[in-house]
Design a protein around this ligand. Structure first.
Ligand code: PEP
Ligand code: MN
Length: 516
């Protein structure tokens, strides 16, 4: 891998897995030009704040909750759906905070999760026609008549992401997301009396705790210390993410920005003026410099009076993907010599990579060296997804390989993607018990290997059907959803998601685990 030659389009010379083939190249170019001119969705300082919070996650000082839909759709972009999603993520994290007494970093699969990889390029319809597979609203339409990839959809995805994020920002700053009002997030949806009682116990405890800390004049309550609008008691942070699958889209939203001032420390200047446009790591020649930058999150005053140094300090730049705070590489696009790994290695955002049964230990070591060459805490998250049956066979050797490599990573468990099955009625589903089984094995194996599980990655939804009930896509949970009930309110057009009650069941299970 040639580390000198990275730029936002260097992925174009590599093999592109899951590539989308557009028939109208001119149209694609126009869309790319337009996207390049549009404003960023997220800012470098937000991205850096997430990076520093993820460094805490990696040290075991916080827990990472990564969750949301398998795929968002343009039609499901409504105020009810967005607030239900945020409400569920907040409720889930509150239960965890309460049990584990650890801050929770929340990253939603939201505001951009519009593209999907597919195992087959085409799909055979019941009437015998063969059409392109549905690849998510960013690429083509769900209707069989609308399967030709259309570049215009990338612009729509940008604007749907913008409007989603705009509403999320509104919710976060207008009191909805405040720890002071947790009842607003979910209680209306919790029908099970036992679950309701458990959740109410926590919200009452929390109200007391916040009241107490206000009375004694304590600062941020139990909110994450580095985050939250400063000075607002009990406010929370929230970040966005999606699979970085459509590299045309990701490249167009990649922008060269100066590092936020807090990161421009004199220690990151090694005597050579830095050149905008090269990946940050290429500018560093000595390991001491790298180590200082990695660990430096405090504001450093520029006491230098030399203009050269001052100029160099102002010239510390990073390539930021401004479409989301966090992006991940899927299990089908993580080839070492492929386009996705090439693109991801040069962006400054914290990134994730899916790790499944097909990953060789040596391959994993190479991958983490390429994706986190400066060994920066919080930079790289491994999202493991083996399946409950296979985790015991693969995770221990992956943990050992990573430990021997010395590259720091965050480990999170995705108990969804290795546990998908088809019900007798033909619906794609997952069983709550199997999901719990993978999480439980994951926790145990990490402990046995002298490692720590730092979080979970889930597909869940707070979405309600039109008649006001939770969706019915996964089997089991405290509501004991059966195969016969799956068809009642099955709303996912992609992978099956845990519904509101099943998600809270899992939250309590994790919370109780950490309480012990
Ligand atoms: C997903 O997260 O929706 C997904 C497709 O996962 P994976 O890449 O692990 O199969
Ligand atoms: Mn999925």
């Amino acid at each position: 891998m040639d580390s000198e030659s990275w730029n936002p389009s260097s992925w174009r010379s590599k093999k592109i897995a899951q590539a989308v083939e557009y028939s109208d190249q001119d149209h694609l170019d126009k869309v790319r030009t337009k996207l390049k001119a549009l404003p960023p969705l997220v800012t470098p300082s937000e991205i850096e704040r997430l990076r520093s919070q993820l460094a805490s996650v990696q040290l075991g000082q916080a827990f990472l909750l990564h969750a949301g839909d398998c795929a968002e759709s343009f039609d499901a972009c409504t105020h009810e759906n967005i607030s239900n999603k945020i409400g569920l993520i907040l409720s889930f994290s509150l239960i965890l905070i309460w049990g584990a007494r650890l801050p929770v970093v929340r990253i939603g699969r939201i505001a951009g999760q519009f593209a999907k990889p597919r195992s087959s390029k085409t799909e055979k319809l019941a009437d015998g026609r063969e059409v392109f597979s549905f690849r998510g609203d960013n690429v083509n339409g769900l209707s069989p008549e609308d399967r030709t990839p259309d570049p215009q959809r990338m612009l729509s995805a940008y604007f749907y992401s913008t409007t989603t994020l705009n509403y999320i920002r509104g919710l976060l700053t207008s009191g909805f997301a405040s720890l002071n009002h947790p009842r607003d997030w979910s209680l209306a949806h919790v029908r099970s009396p036992a679950l309701r009682e458990d959740f109410e116990r926590i919200t009452e405890g929390l109200a007391d705790a916040l009241d107490f800390s206000r009375t004694i004049g304590a600062g941020e309550g139990i909110a994450f210390e580095q985050g939250g609008p400063k000075g607002v008691h009990g406010e929370v942070d929230f970040y966005t993410s999606h699979e970085g699958l459509m590299l045309d889209y990701e490249e167009a939203l990649t922008r060269l920005f100066p590092l936020p001032p807090a990161l421009r420390s004199p220690a990151s200047f090694n005597g050579t003026p830095v050149v905008p446009g090269t990946p940050l790591r290429n500018r560093q020649t000595d390991p001491l410099t790298t180590a200082s930058r990695s660990s430096s999150r405090r504001p450093v005053q520029n006491t230098s009076s030399t203009p050269l140094l001052a100029e160099a300090l102002d010239n510390v730049w990073g390539q930021y993907n401004t479409s989301a705070h966090f992006l991940w590489i899927g299990d089908r696009t993580r080839q070492l010599d492929g386009a996705h790994v090439e693109y991801f290695r040069g962006i400054r955002n914290p990134i994730g990579v899916k790790v499944g049964p097909s990953m060789e230990a040596e391959e994993l070591i190479r991958l983490i060296q390429v994706l986190n060459p400066d060994r920066e805490p919080g930079r790289l998250t491994l999202i493991t997804r083996y399946g409950a049956e296979k985790i015991g066979k693969f995770l221990p050797s992956h943990i050992k390989a990573v430990q021997e490599s010395g590259v720091p990573v965050i480990w999170i468990c995705d108990p969804m993607h290795g546990n998908t099955l088809t019900s007798t009625s033909g619906l794609k589903t997952r069983n709550f018990n199997t999901i719990v089984s993978e999480v439980t094995s994951c926790l145990r194996i990490h402990t046995e290997c002298g490692s720590v599980l730092n979080g979970v990655s889930l597909e869940f939804t707070g979405e309600m059907s039109d008649d006001g009930f939770s969706v019915t896509e996964c089997l089991g949970g405290s509501m004991e959803l059966t195969e016969e009930q799956l068809g009642l309110r099955y709303q996912s057009f992609c992978d099956p998601r845990l519904n509101f009650e099943q998600s809270l069941d899992l939250a309590f299970l994790l919370s109780n685990h950490y309480k012990k």
